[in-house]
Design a protein around this ligand. Sequence first.
Ligand SMILES: [Fe+2]
Length: 148
Amino acid sequence: MDKGVTKAALVWSGKLSTGVPALDQQHQAIFRCLSELEKAVGDKTMLSTIHAMEQLRSYTHEHFAEEERLMALVGYPDIDTHIVAHRDFRRRLFELRRTYLDHDISAELILMLRDWLARHIAGTDMEYVPYLAAIPRISARAGSCQYA
Ligand SMILES: [Fe+2]
């Protein structure tokens, strides 16, 4: 499902809610991670960019694992497709990091990550929402992208 992606910054809204507070908090943290990365790339500060990419890698890794755990817990039927999508993002981010070691990366490449996340959260993630409704309370896990 494609709800349209613009060049505007990713902003979390209630429309993106999974109904699971822990996952919503993680999605918001991922948006903050991405925002930090965009800022670092815009400022052309190498250390900050590497740090921000590592934060995004680490946090999405943690978050995807949590989503996959919950989807397995409720027997979500499309879990395999969803896991493949997560793997695709990890591959894109890995390639971006590798590219950055040799070349400057452009805002367009960051936009690609942002588009991916926006489409994934607004589309693919929303498809598991009815299944996760079976879980009344899931405790939030602390994340590493809590800075604004
Ligand atoms: Fe997901």
